[in-house]
Design a protein around this ligand. Structure first.
Ligand code: AMP
Length: 394
């Protein structure tokens, strides 16, 4: 695959597919601009090289219709502030008017197009729509790792019609850090997996158990494993149909002689509510009718010990219902351990990075992936369609 610094972009119309799908509040204000900042190295490089920069992104799920609340207009304003230069916002992403505006661009100009998903052709990877996008540029750069696992016109279709295609620096970082962690890791390699469901992450668990030296399992998914070991998990979230899968993963860990850690104590309540009565108990003593909503203090201690000698740590998924204060301690304790570890630390998945940002520890993590689904698919060992499309273009 080629990268933006390996292609000639001076004076060219350069279409950069970014992920500006930022969270907005009810008044349309951007509440977190991390996703915009993540693309600044690529955008600034293109500007320094004298490109005419055309930025395109999706926002939310408008499903092919124009939804005012999902306009990218507020992003143009914020981006303009971050770049310290004018960012012209266009009301559409294809069509004559857009082509006319682009034809008037000078070197170093920046245009942000309207939400790609206002056109049904985007998510359908429609050839006509991809061709319309391709007409806007001489060079195509894909920097949107977060959607690289989805086939869309703006990240797969378009590569058939633009002669010069390459990846941006965010995409490069994502791929390189992933390789460092999973293809050529400095060992011991420890994976921490949490979150809601085993069924969402079977592929990931099955792959990890073959690669890692230690596997730490927290979050709701730990209860399926505990039940597979005949513990009574009360009303905890548990997927009975996944018990066999959990047993197979434990058997595989034994066979490979890797260490698999599960919670030994949990924070329980009768319901996941911030004013519910809360207790901590060993996993063998979860009261009838109560549910496990976080890992307990003995487990955080156990997990921190298990992380001690790690040289590479990969983490996806919270240890409990961290959105609610009484069940957030386990996740935040793990944030601290991971942040203060001397290992190469790579975190992926929407929820986990929210916890890290909230704790103010993001600067201590080696790499926080911008892609939830895409990161998980890489962990599963899948090929991402947008990356394959770029590889074909060389
Ligand atoms: P995921 O998207 O699979 O990473 O799951 C994240 C969600 O799992 C978060 O919203 C957490 O609130 C939830 N979660 C984590 N632990 C538990 C638990 N013990 N019981 C219920 N939900 C949980």
């Amino acid at each position: 695959m080629r990268y933006i610094n390996e292609v000639d972009i001076k004076g060219k119309r350069v279409f950069i597919r970014v992920d500006f799908n930022v969270p907005l509040d009810e008044y349309g204000n951007i509440t977190d601009d991390t996703r915009i900042r993540a693309h600044l190295p690529t955008i600034n490089y293109a500007l320094d090289e004298g490109a005419k920069v055309i930025l395109a992104s999706h926002m939310g799920r408008p499903k092919g219709v124009r939804v005012d609340k999902l306009s990218l207009r507020p992003v143009a304003k914020r981006l303009s502030r971050l770049l310290l230069k004018e960012v012209k916002f266009l009301d559409d992403c294809v069509g004559e008017e857009v082509e006319r505006e682009i034809s008037q661009m000078k070197e170093g100009d920046v245009i942000l197009l309207e939400n790609l998903r206002f056109h049904i052709g985007e998510e359908k990877n429609d050839r006509d729509f991809a061709q319309k996008l391709a007409r806007l540029c001489d060079v195509y750069i894909d920097d949107a790792f977060a959607v690289a696992h989805r086939k869309a016109a703006s990240n797969v279709g378009i590569t058939e019609f633009v002669k010069v295609c390459a990846a941006g620096f965010l995409m490069r970082n994502e791929i390189e850090y992933f390789k460092k962690a999973m293809e050529n890791p400095v060992r011991p390699l420890v994976a921490i997996i949490g979150g809601a469901k085993v069924s969402d992450k079977i592929g990931v668990l099955e792959k990890l158990v073959e690669k890692v030296d230690k596997l730490l399992i927290g979050g709701a998914m730990a209860f399926t494993f505990l039940k597979a070991m005949n513990y009574d998990v009360g009303n905890s979230l548990c997927e009975d149909h996944m018990i066999e899968v959990a047993k197979n993963i434990m058997a595989k860990a034994k066979e490979r002689k890797i260490k698999l850690y599960l919670p030994v104590d949990v924070v329980v309540a009768e319901r996941p509510s911030k004013d519910a009565e809360v207790k901590t108990c060993p996993v063998a003593e979860i009261p009838k009718g109560w549910m496990g909503l976080d890992i307990g203090p003995a487990t955080t201690m156990l997990f921190s010990e298990a992380l001690q000698n790690a040289k590479t740590i990969v983490w996806n998924g919270p240890m409990g219902v961290f959105e609610l204060d009484p069940f957030s301690r386990g996740t935040f304790a793990m944030v601290m351990y991971v942040a203060n570890s001397h290992a190469l630390t790579i975190v992926g998945g929407g929820d986990t990075d929210v916890a890290i940002h909230k704790a103010g520890e993001s600067h201590k993590i080696s790499y926080i992936s911008t892609g939830g689904g895409a990161f998980l698919e890489l962990l599963e060992g899948k090929k991402l369609p947008a990356i394959e499309a770029l590889e074909k273009c060389v």
